[in-house]
Design a protein. Sequence first.
Length: 408
Amino acid sequence: MEPLNWVSAGNLLERSTGVGETKQASLAEQENREVIVVGGSAAGLFTAAKLARGGRAVRVLDSKPELDPAPRSLIVTHHFRNLLGPAAAASVKNEIRRFELFTDGRSAQIALRDPDLIIERARLIPALAEDARQHGAQFSYDTRFLSLGPNARALRLEVESGGQKEELHADQVIGADGATSRVARTAGWPPVETVPLVQAIVKLPADCPPDTTRVWFVPDDTPYFYWLIPENENRGALGIIGEGSGQETKKRIEQFLEKKGMTALEWQGARIPVYRKWIPVRRRIGNGEVFLVGDAAAQVKVSTVGGIVTGFRGAQGVADALLAGTRSTELRELRRELGTHWLIRRALHYFQQRDYSQLVDLLNDSTRESLGEINRDESTKLLWNVIRRQPRLVLLGLRGLLMGKRAQ
């Protein structure tokens, strides 16, 4: 099975993103070709809605008996609203106006020009599904994807529905079934590395304003960070990204909660993909095509391990390819965005406590202004503006990169 370098349906040459050049196919032919989306993830449902709105026949397969997503509080930039439009309102729980950064007795505050949004995944998924359904997408629940292969026309899928094995047929299949995507493995993509994310829902401390996110850098516990994102005036989600097992990560956060005098009211968790390099989003199998979106393609900002907005952008790029057959600028820009986040993560990943202390000390007024004006979904612009306003951060970042090389 050859890696994707060109696309035949939608089809655009975009070697850098793994999407290829348009073949001669009429719009009528395109509209008659069925697309099956495997997985009711946010990125999968977003793709389904885009394709259905564009006139494609779309069917979404989900292994659960009904749409019942696990609750999880997430923080996203205001680009979330730009991408979703009115559908975004149903999932937004709170708005964040500032960040407070803490490390080793030091702190810094960053005011945001455009507020971040706290969203609830359990609200987002139904809103996306309803949008897709209203535009004509069909849904099959209690349907577990097993395998796929070529048939005379395009693709044959083996699924298990209601305990019975069935065979389905499609021209294109979109894997939106998460970081451990069975679609990706069956189609020949290599496994994606994941890390544990654990959150405790806590009573919001009295000294924490409900419009302020707190971030703690504790490199002895995690190379990432702890965060507290307020859901409302009373509750917040305190979380950590780990590197080992979920059990070890939960133990870390329990110790942190004890230090902060907080008690977990409930727990949330997931395995999050780690972006290492661009994963081509399409493979050709026989006469058919398989695409990946969202976590299945590790479309995650590895600096913060946030994937909602980037997953939507990946979904938009695939939908553009299938609907219009134009060059996917969205995928090209997404690749650059994810690459910049990977560079930032490489610089930060081996920071010690003294490095974070120096980082906070270097956040002068001008640098904090850049961090507040340019959000983390514009990482290249943000990075260069921060460096321009505080050049000494370059040396700090280079030291982090060198530490990473020594650790390897």
